[in-house]
Design a protein around this ligand. Structure first.
Ligand code: V47
Length: 358
């Protein structure tokens, strides 16, 4: 196996296998790898780069899970624990509409005491602000928790949430599927197999979702490839994933702050490039600037990435773990960032429909 043989296969439209993805991960010539990823991307997406105008709402940080990578969660008694009221959530949604947002991204802790109705009301409260707002809410982990809470099946739970205004699902909670690593990272969280099974039901219910991978902690490169393999297989069956988002681990203030943990810029670019080449059935690869930093996110636009999340406005999960990026980016700043990378900025909605080419 050589880089040239893999490159030839990819350029002929072939699908690489896990051994080839591992080889690419170890390939020293980062620029050649990035060039291949960019060619694959440009064949699919041209020189357009998507972004969206959105606002994150993390309604609570109180969580019954104790994930070791997470610096966001609190127990109800701990200082800094919070739960937003529906009024606070409404105000944030109103501000977002005032700033031209098309999407509200809602994720939070697994709160021990809230009734299922709270989640339904949260969705309907946001939709009441503007019926055009797309509510992308609840990871597969939260869906499993809500189904238990409501004593409903997953499809019934999704149906109730859809009726209340759920538009699609974000990709969080995937972490790393490999059980030996997942058991160390987040022993209380649903398994990788369950995450995938819920996403399959999400797609069967006619909802789109995103997919993430948390990297730069205890996992090996083989674990990353194995994670992407399982996503690619599910995507072959359902086609329901819109985008793949690798999440660079932020080590500060988490129990997992190990010597040498966290990612390097080269690792970030390599991970995004390999994802673009291996995940041939994903239309979009997103750079999440909150975790990557704005400069690596911008450079990644030459390494196969075609999507940037978003204006964000108020992010807690990465920033509690030491991310030193700003809380928000303006629409103009994102447009400038894409233009200065020599690409064409395209504002999209949550379902990847083009709203405006800049
Ligand atoms: O599931 C938690 C991750 C995720 C840390 O779907 C951490 O469009 C890095 O999934 N360092 C939530 N990551 C965020 C998320 C997301 C973000 C942006 C867009 C979308 C989308 C999804 O954040 C969690 C977990 O994997 N996370 N702690 C940390 N210390």
């Amino acid at each position: 196996m050589t880089f040239a043989s893999i490159s030839e296969k990819v350029l002929a439209g072939g699908r690489i296998d896990e051994a080839e993805a591992l080889f690419l991960n170890g390939h020293e010539d980062l620029l050649a790898l990035g060039d291949l990823a960019q060619t694959v991307n440009e064949r699919r997406n041209g020189r357009k780069v998507f972004f969206n105008v959105n606002r994150h709402i993390n309604h609570t940080n109180i969580c019954v899970n104790r994930c070791r990578f997470c610096a966001f969660f609190r127990t109800a008694e701990q200082p800094g624990a919070y739960l937003m009221s529906l009024d606070e959530i409404r105000t944030r949604a109103q501000e977002a509409v005032g700033q031209g947002a098309t999407e509200i991204h809602v994720v939070g802790g697994l709160h021990p005491d809230l009734p299922f109705e709270f989640y339904l009301e949260m969705l309907s409260t946001i939709k009441a602000v503007s019926p055009d707002l797309h509510v992308k809410a609840f990871t597969a982990v939260e869906i499993a928790y809500l189904a238990d809470l409501a004593k409903l099946s997953i499809p019934e739970t999704l149906e109730r949430l859809k009726q209340a205004g759920l538009g699609s699902l974000p990709g969080g909670g995937a972490e790393i599927f490999a059980p030996e690593v997942r058991d160390q990272l987040c022993p209380e969280k649903i398994s990788g197999a369950k995450w995938l099974a819920i996403m399959e039901q999400v797609h069967e219910a006619g909802l789109k979702s995103n997919a993430t991978m948390l990297y730069g902690h205890l996992e090996t490169v083989a674990d990353r490839v194995d994670h992407m393999r399982q996503l690619r297989e599910l995507q072959d069956r359902t086609g329901g994933f819109q985008v793949f988002i690798p999440l660079a681990f932020q080590p500060e203030h988490s129990q997992l702050k190990l010597a040498g943990s966290g990612t390097s810029g080269v690792d970030d670019l390599r991970t995004l490039s390999v994802a673009r080449i291996y995940l041939d059935n994903f239309a979009n690869v997103k750079a999440y600037w909150v975790m990557l930093g704005e400069k690596i996110a911008q450079v990644s636009l030459a390494f196969g990435v075609n999507d940037l999340d978003g204006t964000v406005v108020e992010e807690r999960i990465g920033h509690d773990a030491g991310a030193d990026t700003p809380q928000a980016m303006s629409r103009d700043a994102i447009i400038a960032m894409i233009r200065k990378a020599g690409r064409i900025p395209v504002e999209r909605d949550t379902l990847y429909r083009e709203l405006r080419v800049y």
